[in-house]
Ligand binder design. Structure first.
Ligand SMILES: [Zn+2]
Length: 615
């Protein structure tokens, strides 16, 4: 039979939205391929010689008919992406797909190109008609929906028809909604959540990140989390734990329960081992309860840019290839890596950074080099190494919207609603760079003597309630209380500082609480070990000991922070912004139990220390 000739199809669409507005939707290849009517795909292992980054794939409904090897996608956010498939079995030899968003005065000129070679001439005509009439129309329809949503500043599901729920779910939803409003007292968020479950597409609901929704809905993060946790208790939602690979950032392992979570894990994509880290790569994610809405576990694409939204570019470079990717970066920190190097290059992006940047990939390792570049640099990447490779640039703070295991597993809503959701008693889990806060009430003894037990107990309990509330609102959790002292954990240091600031303000200003409470605090951050102690999450290690010694050495109304906390970029930024409220004094302290070393600390106060009169 005669071999088919290569076909080239080009579609052009004029859209009013900008490339940046369109990108999240057109780069979401999992969704785009589904919209185009492609059957779901699954990974197979065709060959032991598949190059790193390439994928062996098949359509799971046509397993014995179509299989192909897919090269790594290449992309430049938010302008273009492409992929090439080489078929091992099926009616095509080869297929390439390319999308480009060109900014225009009116918005965007979107060009889609498909190159393909059919295996024989008979398929040729059918494929041509299918692509130019059916696929083009489907893609156009999708773009119209996206454009409508973008112009209304909503998500596409909000301008769509409701989806199919499980039989009998409507009745259940009514009852659950009423109970959820009663439990959470947050009617507005509940109704937004119900709409999400009714209208969103399957892809939106596979992994729901409540904090990302909170941002979009303009609601407080802790309120949205409270509704989601209550909704899980009522079987409207279900949750599980994603443990992401630190290199490719994808949720390579997911566990239904903390007790079932494994510590030593493997990433198929990076072909490397990694470990669970309670404060770095473990996130709580939600999806609808299967008795309300079933979300099929189907994937339509594994390697596209939408699967890695933190990755701004990915480029394949053969030996001596040179690329000039177009970049649009935000001020912040990015990491450049390749498939062949262990190390990385750090890119600091600043408005006044360098414009012309040449990066040479060689056989040598990256050795912690750092460069400062502008937001739209003229970048060239050259492969001078002896191997072809894939090079990519990732945003460093890639998951601010995620709920980390450390912050949520000690949070009051979580521990009250799911008291059994804790680690196995024998597990010891790493928690890197976790922030520990200790507070202490200095004058409780005095309070008991002055006011009598009954009144003092009430007031001290009230003080715990206020601390509990503030810690929850600042994305933290109370690990335990020890006498008049509270031990709390936060995902990042600035949250702990904000929390103490608010506590101090309430305790020194509110007339209801009075100025009777003399609270002091200590904050440190570093690596800890997370365990299950008596059925609750607890933390051990030097970081915890230092934080507890810091509070001991603090004076009345003082926040004693370690240098590590003080020098953290977010803390610095926060202190700078609030320089008229905070008074910082540097000093050296000998911490109890750490006799050998003098510890550099910063004493932070919210009010100026009283002036001493010299007569
Ligand atoms: Zn990985």
């Amino acid at each position: 039979m005669k071999e088919g000739q290569q076909q080239i199809h080009t579609w052009e669409f004029r859209l009013s939205a900008s490339p940046t507005q369109l990108w999240p939707y057109v780069s979401d290849t999992n969704r785009v391929f589904k919209k185009l009517g492609a059957p779901p795909v699954e990974l197979t292992s065709l060959s032991r010689n598949t190059p790193k980054g390439s994928l062996d794939l098949t359509h799971n409904s046509l397993k014995s008919y179509v299989t192909w090897q897919e090269e790594p996608f290449a992309w430049e956010t938010p302008y273009r992406y492409s992929v090439r498939r080489r078929y091992k079995l099926g009616f095509l030899e080869d297929l390439q797909f390319f999308i480009e968003c060109i900014p225009t005065d009116q918005g965007t000129k979107l060009i889609a190109k498909i190159w393909l070679t059919p295996t024989n001439i008979i398929f040729s005509y059918v494929i041509k008609v299918y692509i130019d009439y059916i696929l083009k129309r489907r893609f156009g329809k999708y773009l119209i929906k996206v454009e409508e949503a973008v112009s209304k500043e909503v998500k596409p599901y909000e301008v769509s028809k409701p989806r199919k729920l499980v039989r009998g779910a409507d009745r259940k939803l009514k009852k659950i909604t009423a109970e959820l409003i009663e439990h959470s007292k947050r009617k507005r968020i509940v109704s937004k959540l119900i709409n999400l479950i009714r209208y969103a597409e399957d892809e939106d609901l596979e992994r729901i990140h409540p904090y990302a929704l909170a941002e979009y809905w303009g609601e407080k993060k802790f309120s949205v989390l409270n509704v989601f946790l209550n909704a899980t208790k009522l079987d409207l939602l279900d949750f599980s734990w994603d443990v992401c690979c630190p290199t490719c950032k994808s949720p390579q392992n997911n566990f239904k329960k903390l007790k079932k979570a494994r510590i030593h894990l493997y990433c198929e994509e990076c072909e490397s081992d990694y470990t669970m880290d309670f404060n770095r790569n473990m996130h709580l994610v939600f999806r609808p309860h299967p008795l309300i809405r079933k979300i099929p576990d189907k994937k339509y694409c594994f390697g596209g840019p939408g699967n890695k939204p933190h990755r701004v570019i990915q480029q394949k470079l053969n030996i001596s290839d040179e690329r000039y990717p177009q970049l649009r970066l935000e001020v912040g920190t990015y990491i450049l890596r390749t498939h062949n190097h262990e190390g990385h290059l750090k890119l600091h992006v600043r408005e006044d950074g360098t414009d012309n940047v040449n990066i040479y990939i060689t056989d040598e390792e990256f050795k912690g080099q750092e460069i400062t570049i502008s937001r739209n640099p003229n970048l060239s990447i050259s492969n001078f190494s002896s191997k072809s490779t894939v090079c990519f640039i990732d945003k460093l703070n890639w998951k601010e919207e995620a709920i980390y295991a450390s912050e949520v597993s000690s949070s009051i809503d979580f521990t009250q609603l799911f008291p059994n959701e804790t680690l196995k008693e024998t597990s010891k889990v790493k928690a890197s760079e976790v922030t520990m806060l200790f507070t202490d009430l200095m004058n409780s003894t005095e309070l008991y003597v002055k006011e009598g037990d009954e009144s003092a107990i009430g007031r001290v309990m009230g003080h715990f309630k206020i601390i509990q509330q503030i810690v929850a609102e600042e994305r933290g959790g109370i690990v335990k209380t020890i006498g008049d002292s509270v031990m709390a954990v936060f995902w990042e240091p600035v949250s702990a500082l904000k929390a103490v600031q608010r506590m101090q303000q309430i305790f020194s200003n509110s007339s209801a609480v009075g100025d009777a409470f003399k609270l002091k605090a200590g904050i440190h951050f570093g690596d800890c070990t997370t365990v299950n102690l008596n059925g609750r999450i607890d933390y051990f290690g030097t970081t915890v000991n230092i934080a507890s010694r810091l509070v001991d050495s603090a004076s009345e109304k003082e926040i004693m922070v370690s240098e590590a906390v003080f020098n953290h970029p977010d803390v610095q930024l926060y202190l700078d912004k609030n320089s008229d409220t905070f008074f910082v004094k540097e000093s050296l302290k000998e911490l109890k139990g750490f006799d050998d070393e003098e510890f550099k600390v910063k004493q932070i106060r919210l009010e100026r220390p009283p002036m001493r009169l010299v007569i």
